[in-house]
Design a protein around this ligand. Structure first.
Ligand SMILES: Cc1cc2nc3c(=O)[nH]c(=O)nc-3n(C[C@H](O)[C@H](O)[C@H](O)COP(=O)(O)O)c2cc1C
Length: 620
């Protein structure tokens, strides 16, 4: 398919064009640029993009964006190949245009399409559920030499205040028309008579300067839509190649915390934001590889905790021979030309422990919580600034601490708060609580998240942060009546809500629950959960029952309306074992699995790297 006569020259060939198409199908995200496009006017709830093939008979749809899917309730696969007029019918079972749809506007659309000229106007449409939508529709022909090859439709949807119950007589029709044609109405049709190039004299967007289009409009779109918009014409294609634009798009889509983490990876920087956005969206470059590093972590141990600080992997504590609790700190700098483990002399180390958690916050800070020490279970908190001139652990005595515990799960929120959930308390009792501690306050107070219901108590589960403030809990060894079973359940909670509450997302372990959506990961504990920019989560490893391979990767997007598990097939040599407490994500582009070879002996000079972007391969 030829989008633009010069496109091939500009893009460097079919391969890249194919890549753009791949990318455009990869992800989505809610967006709203109506406010920017129409300042001062009521903001449409969402807008859609639809591209039709103008050479095929009856203008079949060849692309719709996620905004279209969300606003109309129709999924892309339900509408591809069809003419857009189905939106004029009330719901999927209606076969006739609804009588309240203004036939003069439809006739005008037909005339514009026949003459290959742009159209702009308003008409009543219907969602899949039959509810009415006002559609401020802009149609733009795409020319290849003298021939119209495609039409681009932009739909600004808003709620329609239409009484569908009343008979579709002339009064209802007239009053609807009158309401739309008042001088200050947002829906006033603008029918434009102009034959020729789409980029002139029609859509106010195309009269704007490149700078304004890039900064005020394109930068607000999702990566997937930028890729689609770039396919429309030469000018937009060139604008969407700009690296600064892509950086803004990534920041909007992934939050600046993630982009900062990505910036810290030199190889990712070399790859460029456009390519990185594509690879992290499509996951086309994900691969396993084995890495051998120098140095040694001695004495040997298991049940330590590992965490990434920038491009460094930090390992703290663990269980030595004869269940000896360790309290030493090792650092592996992956930016070094020949990375090697180094035992770092850190002042005032916490008491030795294993089964604890180690998390990173505020850039270069580490926080240790709980675990099992010489005297039993712990609930103390220690922090360390790894970049301090003389690094030293400092105990933070948080008031009202949670019960001492081990094999709990932790994460950090906003780069400032430690979140601790579940684990195993004294006498083997499993816990189900969730606590927060603000580490930026001098005398912090632990706060238990007040909820009316908690997921069943458990240990060895994972916590992942998405949408900056939501937490996803997966798996673990969970209490199930009188038994303890490995779980594959997924729960989420929005910690910024006034009254946060746990929500069961998917799984099979809950009473009354059906099969997990999609091909879900088999139940497991002490697995690895990797957060991808944009909110998706990858699960692998851990202790899995039966003959299932622990290295199989499972992908879930909790931001989807009906989250569905997908299997991610990845080339390269995966580790045979991967444990949550000994794996960490470095710079948002690679998960480093320590000692995954035997599962028994911890070979810490052999690492397995799951690189999410191809940059992670080249050099660093
Ligand atoms: C790219 C494109 C997008 C369109 N989007 C819509 C739409 O969102 N809603 C709608 O009612 N009609 C839309 N139309 C118009 C219809 O597809 C159709 O052309 C119109 O109803 C006139 O043709 P008809 O009289 O044969 O139905 C779109 C047309 C094109 C080419």
């Amino acid at each position: 398919m030829e989008w633009d006569s010069d496109l091939e020259d500009l893009s460097g060939g079919e391969e890249e064009e194919e890549e753009e198409r791949l990318f455009a199908g990869g992800l989505g995200g809610p967006f709203s640029i109506g406010e920017r496009l129409f300042p001062g006017l009521p903001v449409p709830a969402s807008y859609g993009l639809a591209v039709t093939d103008a050479i095929e008979p009856d203008h079949p749809i060849i692309y719709v964006n996620e905004g279209f899917e969300k606003a109309t309730g129709y999924r892309a696969e339900e509408v591809l190949g069809r003419n857009c007029r189905f939106l004029q019918c009330r719901g999927p079972f209606a076969h006739r245009r609804h009588p309240l749809v203004d036939s003069t506007v439809v006739t005008e659309i037909r005339r514009c399409l026949e003459n290959g000229i742009p159209f702009q106007g308003d008409l009543l449409n219907f969602r899949k559920d039959g509810s009415p939508l006002m559609n401020k529709l802009q149609l733009t022909p795409i020319y290849d030499d003298d021939e119209v090859t495609h039409f681009l439709g932009i739909q600004f949807f808003t709620e329609a205040n239409v009484d569908l119950g009343s008979p579709p007589g002339s009064f209802a029709k007239e009053s609807l028309r009158a309401a739309r044609f008042t001088s200050d109405s947002f829906y006033r049709p603008v029918l434009v008579e102009h034959v020729g190039n789409i980029c002139r004299e029609f859509c106010s967007m195309f009269q704007l300067s490149d700078e304004v289009i890039s900064h005020k409009i394109l930068s607000k779109l999702s990566p997937r839509d930028i890729a689609s918009v770039g396919s429309v014409c030469k000018r937009l294609y060139q604008l969407t190649k700009n690296e600064d634009l892509w950086k803004m798009v990534c920041q909007n889509a992934w939050a600046s915390e993630t982009t900062r983490a990505l910036e810290a990876v030199p190889a990712a920087e070399r790859l460029g934001w456009r390519r990185l956005a594509r690879e992290l969206t499509t996951l086309e470059a994900v691969a396993w590889r084995k890495v051998t590093v120098g140095g040694a972590v001695e004495p040997s141990r298991c049940n330590f905790s590992a965490c990434a600080v920038g491009n460094r992997v930090v390992l703290f504590g663990g269980e030595g021979v004869n269940m000896q609790p360790m309290n030493d700190t090792f650092v592996l700098d992956l930016n070094a030309r020949e990375p090697e483990w180094k035992n770092v002399m850190v002042g005032s180390p916490p008491p030795g422990r294993w089964g604890h958690t180690l998390s990173c916050f505020n850039g270069s800070w580490l926080v240790v919580f709980g675990g099992c020490g010489r005297q039993g279970l712990l609930n103390d908190v220690f922090i360390l600034d790894l970049d301090a001139k003389h690094p030293a652990w400092r105990e933070v005595s948080g008031l009202a601490p949670p019960l001492p515990r081990s094999w709990h799960s932790s994460c950090t929120l906003d780069g400032t708060k430690l979140v601790v959930s579940g684990g195993c308390a004294d006498s083997g009792v499993l816990l189900s609580d969730t606590f927060l501690l603000d580490l930026t306050i001098e005398k912090p107070v632990w706060r238990e998240v007040p909820v009316s219901w908690t997921p069943p108590s458990r240990l060895g589960h994972s916590l992942s942060v998405y949408d900056s403030r939501k937490i996803l809990l997966f798996g673990g060894l969970a209490k199930s009546g009188p038994l303890r079973l490995r779980s594959s359940d997924v729960f989420t909670i929005d910690l910024c809500k006034d009254e946060p509450c746990w929500r069961y997302l998917t799984g099979s372990g809950m009473p009354g629950a059906g099969n997990p959506a999609g091909i879900g990961p088999p139940p497991r504990l002490d697995h690895v959960a990797v957060n991808l920019p944009g909110g998706r989560i990858v699960i692998f490893g851990g202790s899995v029952a039966g003959l299932h391979s622990a290295s199989q990767l499972y992908l879930l997007d909790p931001t989807e309306e009906k989250p569905t598990w997908r299997i991610l097939n990845v080339p390269g040599r995966p580790p045979r074992f991967a444990w949550g407490h000994s794996t960490c994500v470095v710079g948002g582009t690679r998960a480093i699995v320590l000692g995954g070879q035997t599962g028994e002996e911890w070979m810490l000079s052999e690492l397995y790297e799951l690189s999410l972007a191809s940059s992670a391969y080249n050099g660093n």
